[in-house]
Design a binder for this molecule. Structure first.
Ligand code: SF4
Length: 377
């Protein structure tokens, strides 16, 4: 168990959400991260939302937080807790009776914490507890307020005026600036889609101007609301991230997550891209946490999943299962075995399930091997 005083600062060389450390040091995966879905309410309905179909207008009753904490207590290897939704901050009862106790527990154990928020609520709703959060994760997929209006209310089903959307967009930007100035580690995520890819360098500039310490870049996950959205080609993806590297603010840490390129690629350009990403300062490639070190808990049903989105059914329930036992059960499943390849000299632990199915459905990852070596490995 980590003690609070031993907590290292987050940095490109220490990202406790990354399963790489455990896999490379212990030779196996361990459950080190638990994510809680604490609400299914949200004031937005973003077109790319990976849990959009699960959002509701009226919330059910969540399980007592003590019962969840008892399950966390059993996980000796735990290092991080993440809180997601919906919009976790929307319902004050969720903040009071679920988020704050979880954060207090995390602090007492020296765990790292992340909360995902759209940051569109008044700043006062964040101020008296956000200091207990290590990473405030937001989405940033917009050039301006007009984009935000179209994207955030795409699936709303109700008319939201451009002026009302602009007020929310401006509040998100102002909140991000204010919290960054106050020392909060704000990490903004952009999903690369046909819409965002041409503008990602400009979005990165905005992320930097908001004072965000990190910019996360992922592919669009073809799940839920986003299921019908077009994916960008791998060539476009590669050219987009290489252009971003050329134009970036070097003081902002860029984290590439669920990257759709691997060192065993048949394409020389993809292998070269992998090498460049690992050579750049303040740039990291995060290994996929879903099912490699993390489980997700639905706090209403107690069901435990390998990810809060995607189509792998529930693997257990907190009412009857220990979390580390559920994690071991997942590791034995064919989906895990299929994608848990490992090429340490290239610092690769294989693909995310959604990304593999979207881009590499005909690859047998267990039969592949890295074609490059990283000198730092
Ligand atoms: S770990 Fe898997 S995905 Fe990565 S290089 Fe090796 S075979 Fe390819």
């Amino acid at each position: 168990m980590i003690q609070a005083e031993q907590k290292k600062s987050l940095s490109p060389v220490w990202d406790p959400w990354d399963p790489w450390y455990t896999r490379s040091e212990k030779g196996r995966y361990e459950l080190t991260s638990v994510e809680f879905t604490v609400t299914q309410l949200c004031n937005l309905r973003c077109e790319h939302c990976a849990v959009g179909e699960m959002l509701v207008q009226e919330e059910g009753t969540f399980l007592p937080v003590d019962r969840l904490i008892r399950r966390l207590d059993e996980v000796e290897s735990l290092q991080t807790i993440s809180i997601t939704g919906g919009e976790p901050v929307l319902n004050p009862q969720v903040v009071r009776d679920m988020i704050r106790p979880l954060l207090r527990y995390a602090r007492s154990r020296g765990l790292y914490t992340q909360i995902n928020s759209n940051l569109t609520l008044p700043l006062s709703r964040y101020e008296d507890w956000i200091e207990d959060v290590d990473v405030l994760h937001i989405s940033y997929n917009y050039r301006d307020a007009a984009d935000f209006h179209r994207i955030a209310f795409e699936k709303n089903g109700r008319d939201v005026s451009p002026a009302a959307a602009e007020a929310l967009f401006n509040r998100m930007v102002d909140n991000a600036k204010a919290l960054s100035r106050a020392g909060v580690f704000v990490s903004a995520e952009t999903l690369l889609s046909p819409f965002t890819a041409p503008y990602v360098a400009g979005m990165h500039r905005d992320v930097s101007e908001m004072g965000c310490r990190r910019h996360e870049v992922h592919p669009l996950y073809p799940s839920d609301f986003a299921k019908g959205m077009e994916l960008i080609s791998l060539d476009t993806y590669r050219n987009t991230i290489l252009e971003l590297l050329d134009k970036r603010d070097p003081s902002v840490w860029i984290l590439f997550g669920t990257l759709p390129f691997y060192p065993c690629s048949d394409e020389a350009a993809d292998r070269e891209c992998w090498l460049r990403l690992h050579r750049e300062k303040n740039v990291t490639v995060r290994h996929d946490p879903d099912g490699r070190n993390r489980l997700n808990i639905n706090t209403f049903t107690g069901d435990v999943f390998v990810t809060d989105f995607g189509e792998v059914p529930s693997l257990g329930n907190v009412e009857r299962d220990r979390l580390d036992a559920v994690f071991q059960r997942w590791l034995e499943r064919p989906e895990a075995k299929r994608l848990h390849c490992f090429c340490p000299a290239a610092r690769c632990t294989g693909p995310n399930i959604l990304v593999a199915d979207a881009y590499y459905s005909n690859w047998d990852f267990q039969q592949r091997q890295a074609g490059v070596i990283l000198s730092s490995s």
